[in-house]
Design a protein around this ligand. Structure first.
Ligand SMILES: *Cc1c(COP(=O)(O)O)cnc(C)c1O
Length: 364
């Protein structure tokens, strides 16, 4: 596997690039993609970079029927010095293999996958947008492709990486969001697939998100699927609260997805000597803390927004405004530091950054 070289087939015609201040999320893709195949007899093989193009997959391919698939989400950032940076890619590839394990997908070679991502980003490096807060979103994913509608782990897969230039998440400064506590639907449950990054979890979350969205909420707050008491995540982000000087995040419990951002937030808080604990936290406790004036901050954490401050939560028709609805000091400091490291403005005390070579400009 490690010894495999990645063939590069450059596209003949380059696409027009969008203006970097007019980007939204996830609709535009670059000129190339990475693909590698798996079959039970050959293992992972034929890693290659090809022009971005449609796939030809049998309609009976297992992924269309039983959803055996996993994905990742990460970004490449351009620094003011014109250097390309990835943020903790090894964490994403570790998690991809954790997800693979849960979904009965054969593991990938994590080091090789990072090499492949670096090479793809390098080939399409002139697609990384330059405007403040923009980045190149990286979407690695694996789908089961065996043409068979029997229920079993597939014997064939494709590992694919596509790239999408994305706009700044916050165009006019950090924007705190209103969230609704979800009492009816659950995202997942311990023993389910919540710890894996798999499409099914997202499919399961759409209904609650749609209903909350119509009522004017940006995200739903997911509770545990057993007792519907304990807080798990907000939308597709991990969640943090600051109560009476201490930062609390729900402990990993078998249904929470472990975010790279979550892990980085915890490390930074410890480094700053800000008290931080991972433990169960219930809605009753949160409501009480708010009532007692001890709830100082709440925020979500994930790759897309980095830090997403929460201005208000609504539970059983009760609106609770958190402080004055403004971004808290810890949320702001975390946002500034994490984005500072990602864009090379701040020192990187944890060696989180992995540099990528710029691709040589190919004459087309
Ligand atoms: C991807 C994801 C997160 C955030 O993970 P990051 O690695 O920080 O981007 C949190 N919760 C869910 C459910 C996710 O799918």
């Amino acid at each position: 596997m490690e010894s495999q070289t990645i063939q590069v087939d450059h596209c003949a015609v380059r696409k027009e690039k969008p203006k970097s201040d007019q980007l939204d999320f996830g609709r535009i893709f670059t000129d190339h993609m990475f693909i590698m195949d798996y079959s039970d007899d050959l293992g992972w093989h034929d890693p290659r970079i090809e022009p971005y193009q449609q796939l030809s997959i049998d309609p009976s391919a297992m992924v269309f029927h039983y959803g055996q698939s996993v994905f990742e989400g990460m970004k490449a950032y351009l620094t003011a010095e014109d250097e390309i940076q990835l943020f903790r890619p090894e964490k994403n590839m570790q998690r991809l293999n954790n997800s693979n394990d849960r979904l009965c997908i054969p593991p990938i070679d994590e080091k090789f996958a990072i090499q492949a991502i670096k090479k793809l980003v390098s080939v399409d490096s002139d697609w990384i947008p330059e405007a403040e807060g923009t980045s190149l979103y990286i979407r690695p994913f694996i789908i089961s492709t065996e043409p068979y509608i029997g229920v079993a782990p597939s014997l064939h897969y494709k590992f694919i990486v596509i790239l999408s230039p994305v706009g700044a998440y916050y165009k006019e400064g950090i924007n705190p969001i209103k969230i609704a506590v979800e009492n009816e639907f659950v995202r997942t449950v311990k023993g389910g697939t919540g710890e894996a990054k798999t499409g099914g979890n997202y499919a399961a979350s759409l209904k609650a998100q749609e209903i909350a969205g119509k009522k004017g909420f940006a995200q739903v707050l997911w509770l545990d699927g057993v007792e519907k008491k304990y807080i798990e995540e907000v939308g597709s982000m991990n969640i943090f609260f600051k109560i009476n000087g201490e930062v609390i995040t729900p402990e990993l419990n078998g249904s929470i997805l472990e975010g790279v951002t979550r892990n980085s937030v915890i490390q930074l808080l410890k480094y700053w000597d800000v008290p931080v604990v991972e433990r169960k936290i219930g809605m009753e406790e949160l409501q009480q803390a708010h009532h007692d004036g001890l709830l100082e901050e709440a925020f979500g954490a994930g790759t897309a927004a980095v830090i997403s401050p929460i201005s208000q939560f609504t539970w059983n028709n009760n609106d609770s405004l958190i402080k004055d609805g403004k971004t808290g000091a810890i949320a702001k400091r975390l946002y500034d530091t994490l984005t500072g490291i990602q864009y090379g403005r701040e020192k990187d005390p944890f060696d989180w950054i992995v540099k990528v070579e710029k691709g040589s400009k190919i004459a087309h």
